[in-house]
Ligand binder design. Structure first.
Ligand code: 7TS
Length: 420
C-alpha cells in the first residue's frame, strides 16, 4: 500500500500502472509461456496484496466468533466485522450502517429481497419489472417469487445489439400494477451503463420499490445510494478486489424494519421460545448464523484500497481501456462488437464470423490471455440478440493497452487460422 500512497504524485500513466500492478501478486506470472493478461474482470477481479494480508492477519491474530463472546479475541473479531459494516455504509453513502446487510454476494442479496420483501408484499396480479439485460441472478429469484405469489414479470426491452434500454415506453411499463423494479446498473455482457438514477426516480414517483444490481459497478465507479435513491442495492466483494463469499445488500431502513427474516438461526433473534421467537434488530435480523468475518475484513481493506486509488480515476481508466479496445478491435474484419458504440463500461463482448466464442477463448488462452466465452448468465438476452455466445474482454484499472494490443494480435492469428 506504500506504493499507492505516492501515486498521486506520479505524472506518467505508465509508471502509475506499473506500480499498481505490483500490488497484485497474481499478475506477475507466466501462463502457457506468456505473461498473464487477465481480461476476465467482470467474472471476478484480482486481489491486491493488502487484501490478502488483511485476511491472513485476521486469521493469525484475531479469529474468533463475533457478537457472542466476552473474551478479547471475540471483541476484536466483532469490532473488525462491525467496522467493515460502517466502512461499507460510507463506501456507498448509505445513511446508516443499519442499512448494510452482509451477504454471500449479489445473488444472495437479490434472493433475500425477493424472498423476504417479495413474499410479504406481492400478490397475484402484481407486476415485477425487470429489464431484458438482467443477469440470471436478477431474473430467476423473481421467477421463483412470481411462481409462489401469482405475480407477473414484465421487461424493459433492449433495443438490439447496440444494447441500450428502450425507455420510450417506460411510463406505460411503470403501471399501477408494478410493485418492484429490479434493474442492472452495468450490463455484464454488453458494457451498457444504465441511467438508474433517472429510472429509479420515475419509479419512486409512482411508489414503486426499486432494487439496483450493482455487481459490475462497485469496483469501477463511485456509487451513492442516496443519489440513486434506490430502496435496495446489491453487490459482491469479489468483483471489487475483495474476497469471495462476502457481499452487501443495502436496504432502506424503513423497508428493512418491516421485512420478515430471510433465514432463521443464531444471531438473528432477540428471544427464542420452544414455539416462537422474536427477531433481533436490523441488520442482524437478516444475518443468521456465523458470518464471514474474514471476508468482511478483506472487504474493508478492498474498499480502502479502491478509495486510495480514487474511484473517479478508476472509472476513467476503465473507460479509456474500453475505448482503446473498441477502436483496436474495429481494425479486424468480420468482428462484431456488441453493446453501445460510446459511453460503455470496461466490458467488450464480440463475435468473430465463423469462429465459436469458446474457440476464441481457448486459443487466446494459449497466448496467456484470459477472456470469457459463453452466454455470461444472460441466456434470454443472447437469444433475443440472436447469438449463442460471445467472447468477452473485461478490464480493470490494472490492465494495460499493451495487453489489449496482445489480444488484437492473437485474434488476428485466430482469424488467419480459421480462414485458411
Ligand atoms: N449481477 C451481475 C450484473 C453480474 O455480472 C453477476 C456476476 C451477478 C449479478 C452475480 O454475482 P455473484 O457474485 O453473486 O455471482 N457476473 C458474472 C459474469 O459476468 N461472469 O461471471 C460472473
Amino acid at each position: 500500500m506504500e506504493d499507492t500512497a505516492v501515486l498521486s504524485e506520479i505524472e506518467s500513466g505508465q509508471e502509475r500502472i506499473d506500480l499498481i500492478r505490483k500490488d497484485f501478486p497474481i499478475l506477475d506470472q507466466s501462463v502457457r509461456g506468456h505473461t498473464l493478461a487477465y481480461l476476465d474482470n467482470a467474472a471476478t477481479t484480482q486481489k491486491p496484496r493488502v487484501v490478502i494480508e488483511a485476511i491472513k492477519r485476521y486469521y493469525e491474530k484475531d479469529n474468533s466468533n463475533v457478537h457472542r463472546g466476552i473474551h478479547e479475541l471475540s471483541n476484536r473479531a466483532t469490532a473488525a466485522y462491525e467496522n467493515a459494516r460502517v466502512r461499507a455504509a460510507s463506501f456507498i453513502n448509505a445513511g446508516s450502517s443499519k442499512e448494510i446487510i452482509f451477504t454471500r454476494g449479489t445473488t444472495e442479496g437479490i434472493n433475500l429481497v425477493a424472498s423476504s420483501w417479495g413474499r410479504k408484499n406481492l400478490k397475484s396480479g402484481d407486476v415485477i419489472l425487470l429489464s431484458e439485460m438482467e443477469h440470471h441472478s436478477n431474473m430467476v429469484p423473481w421467477q421463483l417469487l412470481a411462481e409462489a405469489t401469482g405475480a407477473d414479470i414484465c421487461y424493459i426491452p433492449v433495443t438490439g445489439r447496440e444494447g441500450l434500454l428502450d425507455l420510450s415506453g417506460l411510463d406505460d411499463l411503470l403501471s399501477e400494477r408494478v410493485r418492484i423494479l429490479s434493474l442492472i446498473h452495468i450490463s455484464n455482457s454488453l458494457g451498457t451503463i444504465n441511467p438508474v438514477t433517472e429510472i429509479c426516480r420515475k419509479a419512486k414517483e409512482k411508489g414503486i420499490v426499486t432494487l439496483v444490481d450493482a455487481a459490475q459497478t462497485v469496483g469501477h465507479q463511485p456509487l451513492d445510494v442516496q443519489e440513486i435513491q434506490c430502496d435496495f442495492l446489491a453487490f459482491s466483494g469479489h468483483k471489487m478486489c475483495g474476497p469471495t463469499g462476502i457481499g452487501v445488500l443495502y436496504g432502506r431502513e424503513q423497508l428493512l424494519e418491516a421485512m420478515p427474516p430471510y433465514q432463521g438461526g443464531g444471531e438473528m433473534i432477540s428471544n427464542v421460545e420452544y414455539h416462537q421467537s422474536r427477531w433481533n434488530e436490523i441488520p442482524h435480523k437478516f444475518e443468521a448464523g456465523t458470518p464471514n468475518m474474514a471476508g468482511a475484513v478483506g472487504l474493508y481493506t478492498a474498499m480502502d484500497y479502491l478509495d486510495k486509488l480514487g474511484r473517479d480515476w478508476i472509472d476513467e481508466a476503465d473507460r479509456e481501456l474500453a475505448d482503446y479496445a473498441v477502436n483496436r478491435l474495429k481494425e479486424l474484419p468480420e468482428l462484431e462488437i456488441l453493446g453501445p458504440p460510446t459511453g460503455r463500461a470496461g466490458i467488450v463482448s464480440f463475435l468473430i464470423k465463423n469462429v465459436h466464442a469458446h474457440d476464441i477463448v481457448t486459443l487466446t488462452d494459449r497466448c496467456g490471455i484470459a477472456l470469457r466465452g459463453g452466454h455470461h448468465c444472460n441466456q434470454p438476452l443472447m437469444r433475443k440478440l440472436g447469438v449463442e455466445s460471445t467472447a468477452r474482454a473485461s478490464f480493470s484499472f490494472y490492465n494495460t493497452t499493451q495487453e489489449i494490443d496482445r489480444l488484437v494480435e492473437a485474434l488476428k492469428e485466430i482469424q488467419k487460422f480459421f480462414n485458411q
